[in-house]
Design a protein around this ligand. Structure first.
Ligand code: ADP
Length: 439
């Protein structure tokens, strides 16, 4: 701490020299204010002690000058204590006024008070400096955040652009797919027709070998037509043009008809086909062809993915479907405990039918059970009869959901699969993008 003393009486100087040890300050002394002004004007002091003279307060401008150098020192005035002196001290902002002769204890008290104030002020200054530092850091961080937000905004806009471009490309792809498949279907159907004419020997007798080759060729045509139809279905679904034709139908009769069509394939593969149809399923409104398409596809898959000697079961039963909207929207399959209750629920008054197509085939691993319903998904580990496109289950799911129903799989690798779907007896909702025709 630096203390400047402008003194008049040598005793004052002696007193302050004595106190410097106690309060640990450097003392700068000057016996006259003019001398002090010229020597110390540009230096800063923590405390300035000014002893007044009788001479017309000529010391005042000098003190004012010395107070200018920041930080302004604490001013202690020593004088006789006349009213004019006191007023001048107040005007100069003096922190204390001591009357002569100065009592050492009083000066000590003033000094210790001063020390406390200086200490406090330096703490306040330090706090202010810290606050200013924090504010600066905050401003910088705010600036960085603004930049990051601007960057994100840019990325978001770029993403939006890319997304709309993708949608455009997807639309172009769909249009192309729809056009190409449509164009392909006619010649392949014609080819299939000619095969039939030849196979029926309407244009002349065939050698057994010729018949065999033609039959194989006809089957290839049928496979190609199925693939083309799947692609057409998919492009219609994606364009929101899949139409459901609701008509009141006998579901059990339909199932029997589909089963009849697949019996031959089961026989060829030495698979036994077991049918369990519950009684009491009333006629209800649904799109017969579309639901038959689902049933046929599930059955064909079961036949395809079950080794010879295995079994395929089909069961249809009335079902009380306690709909949970979130569950339906997420397309989640029922929890295990819920599944245990399936049988029980069928005893209540039904509002849906439950169809199960079960096989003893190769099964599907848990990690593939959700994705097989995604388009063009075929399980890579499953090399058995990979003749499809991985679209059948996607289309089946969309058809069932368009009816307000739900489809899922329950399977274990190497132990077989069970595909289950629920169809509401009176569908109240249809999926967006599906056109519904009620007749
Ligand atoms: P694809 O017409 O190519 O068979 P799907 O959409 O019908 O396509 O089926 C997708 C995949 O699901 C199939 O490639 C197959 O791996 C698996 N899958 C479907 N049904 C069965 C089943 N019954 N048993 C085992 N795997 C099956």
């Amino acid at each position: 701490m630096k203390v400047l003393l402008i003194y008049h009486h040598p005793s004052t100087r002696t007193l302050l020299e004595e106190l410097s040890g106690t309060f640990n300050y450097e003392l700068y002394c000057c016996p006259d204010h003019l001398n002090a002004q010229t020597t110390y004007t540009n230096q800063s002091f923590d405390v300035m002690i000014v002893e007044t003279t009788d001479r017309e307060y000529a010391w005042r401008p000098a003190v004012k000058d010395l107070q200018k150098c920041p930080p302004a020192p604490f001013l202690i005035m020593i004088g006789k204590g006349s009213e004019e002196e006191m007023t001048a001290a107040l005007n100069l902002g003096a922190a204390a006024f001591l009357a002569t002769p100065v009592r050492p204890q009083l000066l000590s008290m003033v000094f210790s008070q001063m020390m406390k104030r200086i200490e406090l002020e330096s703490q306040v200054q330090e706090a202010q400096r810290r606050a200013a530092r924090i504010q600066k850091e905050l401003e910088q961080s705010l600036e960085r955040q603004k930049e990051a937000i601007a960057e994100k905004d840019l990325t978001y806009r770029e993403l939006l652009l890319a997304y709309s471009r993708l949608q455009e490309l997807n639309q172009q792809k769909n249009n192309f797919l729809a056009m190409a498949t449509h164009e392909l279907r006619t010649p392949v159907t014609v080819m299939k027709g000619y095969h039939r004419i030849l196979l029926d020997e309407r244009l002349g007798k065939l050698q057994p070998q010729q018949k065999e080759v033609l039959l194989e060729s006809e089957q290839s045509c049928s496979r190609l037509i199925r693939i083309i139809n799947s692609l057409l279905d998919l492009s219609r679904i994606e364009a929101g043009k899949l139409e459901l034709i609701y008509q009141e139908n006998d579901f059990i009769n339909n199932v029997k008809m589909v089963i009849k069509q697949t019996k031959e394939a089961c026989k060829r593969k030495q698979l036994s086909l077991v049918l369990k149809l519950s009684k009491g399923i009333r006629r209800f409104r649904y799109d017969r062809d579309k639901v038959n398409q689902v049933l046929t596809h599930l059955l064909e898959n079961s036949i395809k993915y079950t080794p010879p000697g295995g079994k395929v079961y089909v069961s249809v039963q009335p079902y009380f479907w306690e709909r949970r909207s979130a569950d339906a929207a997420a397309g989640l399959k029922p929890q295990k405990e819920q599944r245990h209750q399936l049988e029980e629920r069928t005893n209540h008054s039904s509002n849906a039918i439950m169809v199960q197509v079960t096989d003893t085939g190769i099964g599907i691993s848990p990690e593939h059970q959700q994705e097989i319903f995604d388009e063009f998904t075929q399980v890579s580990s499953n090399q058995m009869n990979r003749s499809g496109l991985g679209l059948g289950l996607t289309i089946s799911k969309r058809i069932i959901e368009a009816h307000g129903g739900k489809i899922w799989v329950d399977s274990r690798l190497n132990s077989g699969s069970k595909f289950i779907f629920l169809l509401p007896l009176s569908p109240s909702e249809t999926s967006p993008g599906i056109n519904e025709i009620r007749s």
